[in-house]
Design a protein around this ligand. Structure first.
Ligand SMILES: NC(=O)c1ccc[n+]([C@@H]2O[C@H](COP(=O)([O-])OP(=O)(O)OC[C@H]3O[C@@H](n4cnc5c(N)ncnc54)[C@H](OP(=O)(O)O)[C@@H]3O)[C@@H](O)[C@H]2O)c1
Length: 333
């Protein structure tokens, strides 16, 4: 059994992660940390959960585990020292924040307007997208789990990029996310009264934190517009892309053959488009392709996933399985 520690176990992603790990046949949860709920048991916070003690970050014994998940906000001051300590102790680590997702410290500095706080860790980290970086994840000590929005763009666009089918590198990604994407901590925009029965765009025209990883992984220039949906979980993205003129729908679908053996990607049959209900509570990224016009090469792709599973905790378990030498879908199907 591999021994696992989780930092930030009482957040939305930590909660989903524990639900997955308690069913996983090859791991045991050794510690789980919380901030405001430290000293309680997990079952006191979430009544149907296991009776795991919640300890503070300082009390967690990282020497007692083989692999660590950090489900902390990107701006938690504890994060970087903690990652450094864990790596120095020879532990494997999967970080959920966007701190280590960009490959290049200069790209980070350009996009964030400040230098990366630990560029040597950034360079060492592997972007945690098994469908694109399976072998690197297998051998990584530090994996940067992907963002939830970016997956809905990277996975549908990557086969088209790889096949050289994209005519215009400027691509529009119009995304809608449920409120759990913002995490469990209190924020005005995700209050029931502010989010219920309304629909709004946010961060339009600004540099969204997720833009960098979309552009890094696809090599495209993305125009990204995120929206807040009045539902709890799920992201649906509509992608507008211009392919080489005259490419048939069959040729486009053929590019997706590289996902044939992927356990968690579903390309829907022609004429079908994914809805949130198809992916909520599942590990699937589902996508549908729609040709708009053969002559101009215009296509619209709709993709959807559960932000807490394929978009976060399930994806992290997929990477954990690779890092620990288990079958990739173990505990996820
Ligand atoms: N939500 C998503 O859909 C999603 C998807 C992909 C990636 N992510 C990323 O995953 C990470 C966790 O997200 P989340 O949605 O689970 O967040 P969350 O619901 O806000 O939970 C954060 C967890 O970290 C703890 N925490 C916060 N600040 C801390 C600090 N300074 N020291 C120690 N513990 C601290 C919280 O405890 P308290 O409750 O006591 O503060 C809680 O247990 C973030 O980096 C986020 O960007 C989230």
């Amino acid at each position: 059994m591999a021994r696992i520690g989780i930092y930030g176990a009482t957040g939305y992603t930590g909660y989903e992660l524990i639900k997955l790990l308690v069913r996983h046949p090859e791991v045991e949860l050794v510690f789980a940390t919380a901030r405001s709920d430290a000293g309680k048991r997990l079952s006191e916070v979430f009544p149907t959960m296991i009776d795991q003690p919640l300890v503070s970050v300082e009390q967690a014994d990282l020497h007692a585990v083989d692999l660590i998940f950090t489900c902390l906000p990107h701006n938690a001051p504890e994060l970087i020292p903690l990652v450094q300590r864990a790596l120095d102790a020879g532990k494997k680590l999967i970080d959920f924040s966007d701190t280590f997702r960009l490959n290049d410290p200069d790209d980070y500095a350009r996009r964030r307007g400040r230098p990366h706080p630990a560029p040597e860790l950034l360079v060492a980290a592997v972007y945690g997208l098994p469908e694109l970086h399976r072998e690197a994840i297998r051998h990584a000590q530090l994996v940067a789990n992907t963002g939830c929005y970016p997956l809905t763009a990277i996975l549908p666009l990557w086969p088209l990029v790889k096949a050289g089918l994209i005519a215009d590198p400027e691509v529009i990604v119009d995304s809608k996310s449920g409120v759990s994407g913002a995490g469990r901590s209190l924020a005005l925009k995700s209050h029931f009264g502010e989010a219920h029965e309304t629909f709004s765009a946010y961060n339009i025209g600004r540099v969204h934190r997720h833009l960098g990883e979309m552009e890094q992984e696809t090599g495209l220039q993305i125009i990204f517009s995120p929206h807040l949906l009045p539902v709890y979980r799920g992201i649906l993205s509509t992608i507008y892309v211009k392919l080489q003129p005259g490419i048939s729908a069959d040729q486009v679908r053929a590019a997706y053959a590289l996902y044939r053996d992927e356990p968690f990607i579903k390309l829907l049959p022609e004429g079908r488009l994914p809805e949130l209900r198809h992916v909520q509570q599942t590990m699937y990224l589902a996508m549908g392709l729609q040709q708009v016009d053969l002559a101009s090469g215009r296509y619209i792709i709709v993709s959807a996933l559960d932000n807490l599973l394929k978009g976060a905790s399930g994806q992290a378990v997929q990477s954990m399985n690779l890092m620990l030498g288990f079958p990739e879908p173990l505990g996820l199907i």
